[in-house]
Design a protein around this ligand. Structure first.
Ligand code: CMP
Length: 154
């Protein structure tokens, strides 16, 4: 099974949408294996958004991501990286598909409620960036056979 990272951004916390966001991933069938609230340090911002450091929006992005705590979660499932991105919707929220988190609940490109890992490789790096070993949990969901067929689970 794949694992991927979601950051519910400061707008999600301020707008009291944390429960709604977690619920959408849970209802989809993704398994929550890590969850915590934290402030993102300068060092974490520099590392996580290194590929955006020279973009004109970087300073505003940094200010926004440090404007309130975030809630980070690690999710597990078959094709979890792609599945989570489908649930989130495209970056430009105001034109994201209805039915997605951004499409239903946001308007901005930057203030877009969630960050999601964009590849399996990045998901591994990002989970390791935000979670220590003991903060991720292995358990057997009791409803797994209602989420996937036996073929998919082998
Ligand atoms: P995220 O998935 O966290 O990855 C990079 C973030 O930069 C993105 O979500 C947005 O919050 C922000 N971002 C990306 N493109 C733009 C843009 N053109 N203008 C402003 N912010 C952006």
């Amino acid at each position: 099974m794949e694992r991927t990272l979601v950051i519910a951004k400061p707008d999600a916390l301020q707008r009291k949408l944390i429960g709604e966001i977690i619920s959408r991933f849970e209802r989809k069938g993704l398994k929550l294996i890590g969850l915590k609230m934290m402030a993102i340090s300068d060092a974490l911002i520099a590392e996580h958004y290194a590929h955006h450091a020279d973009k004109p929006f970087f300073e505003n992005l940094k200010k926004f991501m440090q404007s309130a705590p975030v809630v980070v979660m690690a999710l597990e499932g078959l094709d979890a990286v792609e599945s989570v991105r489908l649930v989130a919707g495209q970056t430009k929220s105001r034109v994201a598909d209805m039915g997605t988190i951004r499409g239903d609940l946001a308007m901005s490109i930057q203030i877009n409620l969630v960050h999601t890992s964009d590849s399996l490789e990045n998901a591994k790096t990002e989970i390791a960036r935000f979670f220590k070993e003991g903060e991720l949990f292995a358990y057997q969901p009791s409803n797994l056979k209602l989420i996937y067929s036996p073929d998919e689970l082998t």
